[in-house]
Write a protein that binds this ligand. Structure first.
Ligand code: HEM
Length: 496
């Protein structure tokens, strides 16, 4: 059975619409082209799952994304490769400025990555998802099919930790709500309230985005594509190679679970309640997912559904007394609208727009989150480390972390902005000398000033400030990919 929405769901890869939560087993294969002809033949017919709803759900799901090196290795014309977004074409690891902006310096330097830099650049990312017990056979069948065309650069295994990421916090709670029905007006001007509903064009190329425009993407001469690609909605004279595709950012983030809990325990003087308080403040949610800013009905106008872990904003916590401004979830999504909150009416609008009050000025530092949302699709890897073990003396020998994956129509405006300006930004929202407490790279300023603090404001005095945060998360791999629409995938695999 398939649904009918005003989007060609049968052409969109399923990962854009589904997190495949029930497909709790997954492996990500990083491939390099060995034989161009064989590689193209496999990509031209590979059984990729679409975003259509299928009942019962398929036991296995295959998704395919390509890097810019992969497009070249497949023999796609240089003019077509160059018509993709510049960040994708250059790649995550090939530019020292980008590496600096993303915090990929020091221990995160691409030179030390397991994959994703120098001669270990993946060409094709194959994502395999399966219902419990079904992955092993599926993976060996797909690897068998790929053998002629590709060599395997890496097999990234994942772990099903029941929705809990390795530090021990519930993850995958907050996601943007995609406007699949295309009901959100393309141009609805400034938004004065935070909303989770997000234009399709923020995640899928070929549809209007939050600016009311179409994100740049490869538009081809119809003579080249024939009837194999649809015409662009905004340029009917061109064939839209981007339509129904998305950029996919992948980062392998190793988590030092032992180091994380040891540091926090030291700060807490061994006190269990204090330990949870500090850790929750750093994340912005308790380990069970409850936002530290407070229950929904206190923090969002009009209240929220009790128990809804995502119905909150920081509007009534401007100074971060309940949720520190530097907490991971607050940095990653400050939940602000374009206009500072205020009374309706033209006088208030003018004051807010011109920043004539303190609220407006403070708000402006983190305004307009709707242009910087990420659709997260990551999976954990490595064995779970119970908190009791992380608090013990031995760091253990396991390697665990997050295969971070996010989708977006614009890598620079979405992933890179959030990573650089918000997570790594040492002056984010008026803070000083601190970066994201979970994943900050802790790089000192040029004059040696350390950026390893974390402030928890107090109502009755100076901030409670923790200094000397070690680096808890290390980047050990990463790359930018294009997750094409299924027609576009076939076109790329067969284009002359
Ligand atoms: C190992 C590294 C990371 C860990 C342990 C981690 C952990 C978490 C946790 C526990 C949450 C709360 C659950 C939720 O709201 O869904 C969360 C939310 C989030 N994280 Fe991360 N994360 C990591 C890396 C990243 C990276 C690299 C980015 C993007 C650059 C990112 C962006 C986000 C976003 C956008 C949210 C949702 C915030 C919201 O909408 O309120 N995270 N993360």
């Amino acid at each position: 059975m398939s649904t009918s929405l005003p989007v060609e769901l049968d052409d969109v890869q399923g990962l854009v619409r589904f997190g495949y939560k029930h497909h709790s087993e997954a492996t990500f294969l990083l491939l390099r082209v060995r034989d161009r002809g064989a590689a193209r033949r496999w990509l031209a017919a590979a059984p990729v799952s679409s975003a259509e709803t299928v009942e019962p759900p398929p036991a296995t799901v295959l998704q395919i994304a390509l890097s810019s090196e992969g497009l070249r290795a497949l023999g796609v014309a240089e003019a077509i490769v160059e018509s993709f977004a510049a960040d994708f074409v250059t790649g995550m690891s090939n530019d020292a400025n980008r590496a600096r902006r993303l915090g990929d310096v020091g221990a995160n330097d691409p030179g030390g990555w397991q994959w994703g830099s120098a001669d270990r650049l993946p060409h094709v990312l194959v994502l395999l998802y399966a219902l419990p017990g079904r992955l092993a056979d599926f993976q060996s069948s797909i690897e068998g099919q790929c053998e002629g065309g590709f060599e395997v650069l890496a097999r990234l295994a994942t772990a099903d930790l029941d929705g809990i990421e390795p530090f021990g916090f519930m993850d995958g709670i907050s996601q943007p709500l995609l406007d699949w029905q295309r009901q959100r007006p393309a141009r609805d001007g400034e938004r004065s309230d935070y909303s989770n509903l997000s234009c399709l064009g923020e995640y899928l190329l070929g549809y209007p985005n939050e600016y009311g425009g179409y994100t740049d993407r490869p538009l081809l001469d119809p003579g080249l594509a024939g009837a194999r690609l649809p015409r662009a909605e905004d340029a009917p004279g061109r064939s839209d190679l981007g339509r129904n595709g998305s950029y996919l950012v992948m980062r392998q983030l190793r988590q030092d679970v032992h180091g994380f809990w040891q540091f926090i325990d030291g700060q807490a003087g061994g006190d269990a309640a204090e330990r949870e308080r500090i850790a929750s403040a750093m994340v912005g949610r308790r380990r069970d997912g409850v936002p530290v800013v407070g229950p929904a009905n206190e923090t969002i106008e009009g209240g929220g559904v009790p128990g809804d872990l995502n119905a909150f904003t920081y509007r009534f916590d401007r100074d971060g007394l309940r949720c520190p401004r530097g907490a991971h979830v607050r940095r990653s999504n400050p939940r602000n609208a374009d206009l500072p909150p205020g009374a309706p009416g033209i006088v208030s609008w003018v004051k807010r727009t011109l920043g004539l009050d303190a609220d407006a000025l403070a708000h402006d530092l983190v305004a307009s989150t709707r242009f910087h949302r990420l659709l997260r699709r990551g999976r954990e890897y490595g064995p779970a480390v119970p908190q009791s073990r992380a608090l013990g003396d031995s760091p253990g020998s396991g390697d665990q972390g997050l295969h971070f994956i996010c989708l977006g129509a614009n890598i620079a405006r979405q992933f890179e902005f959030v990573q650089n300006a918000w997570a790594m930004g040492v002056h984010f929202d008026g803070l000083r000398n601190e970066s994201d407490p979970l994943m900050g790279a802790r790089r000192a300023d040029a004059d040696g000033t350390p950026n390893d603090g974390f402030s928890m404001p107090r109502a009755d005095g100076a901030d409670e400030r923790t200094a000397g945060l070690p680096q808890f998360v290390t980047v050990v791999g990463g790359a930018y990919f294009f997750l094409p629409g299924i027609r576009a995938l076939r076109f790329l695999a067969t284009a002359p």
